[in-house]
Design a protein around this ligand. Sequence first.
Ligand SMILES: [Zn+2]
Length: 413
Amino acid sequence: MQTHDVDSRRAVDELKELAELTGGPDGARRVAWTDEWVKARDWLTRKLEEIDGVEVERDEAGNLWATAPGDSEKAVLLGGHLDSVPNGGWLDGALNTIAALEVMRVLAPQQRPVTLRLVDWADEEGARFGRSLLGSSATANVLDPDDVRDLKDRDGVALPDALREHGVELDRMNESHGQLENATAYLELHIEQGPVLERMDYPLGVVLGTFGVERHAVRFTGQHAHSGSTPMEVRRDAFIAAARAAIEFRDDAARRDDVRATTGFVNVSPAIVTAFNGWCEMSLDQRALDATVLANMLDVAQGATERISQEEGVSVEWERLWRIEPILFDDELIELAEEAVSAVAGKSHRLPSGPLHDAASMAPLMPTVMLFVKSLRGLSHTKDEDTPEEDLELSVRALHRLAVRTIDWAASR
Ligand SMILES: [Zn+2]
């Protein structure tokens, strides 16, 4: 494959065009399964249909596919999502899709050894019904319809009814798995949504995978009593135990390489000024790219709460709220991505992804990699989300270069 240049400026102009069409001073409003989202997709469909040799279709899960056939049916996929959170940013998901559109424009008319496809996933954000990666998990054939059947939006509309309004039958969504029959590789560009690349002064990075997560509620039980009458040395203060634990969780994560530990909620009882607390419940959300490291972090945290509980005269109980394994991207595609990023930006940084992305649905099924472009101040899911235009242009060129390299790589497999 030859590397004709993409018009990266046009991609930025089209991002602005889309932001104007389906956003405003309060941010993007392309919430999946709403009229604004349909408007955005009609816009994209028109642009895709203007490309010679590209066929556009929708699958059973409501995902939008554009296909440019090649000499073989083996396909390289470029993924994105036009849907946004309410009052969202102009780049989250839209950049991926519009950069992929631009890459299609350049590569679709050329003879290629393999097929090139763009997929605009339906409902990545889960903004209306609370279930993210809906379209891509259906296509991965891992969506259990019963898990989401009873979900309702704020107005009481049930998910299956909203889907039906958009021509999607919940119980048939997983049939979209057929779209992956010849899929050989999956590529996705995304804004970082965090501060790492900006702080290190890298415009672009290569994503190694998405973090595994261990999420627990930790409950300490002591005995509450009067703040005046109870001497310090006899107290069984559950809040103090939790506070000490939170510091230990934080310090353990800080000692390690590129992991996270967060205490999000803390609840106490009786929560009055004249007593210390006999009961305290806190959350712990731990994330790491390496499953062994993640398991060890959990061990260390549980050991710490045992020790602290003994010292504070309280008991402790753990309840797992949620977990997901780390998802690692493909080593060979990571190499290709690094080459592409270095070629257009002069340097490249490897980093894990904190948030999940549709790429996490695809990675267990085929070689997958993602590119990140810097986010200013690490902001996302807000109208203040931004990236310098010159970096957006670099990201479009990097995706193009990566697509070209991946097409050759796929042909040789
Ligand atoms: Zn996104």
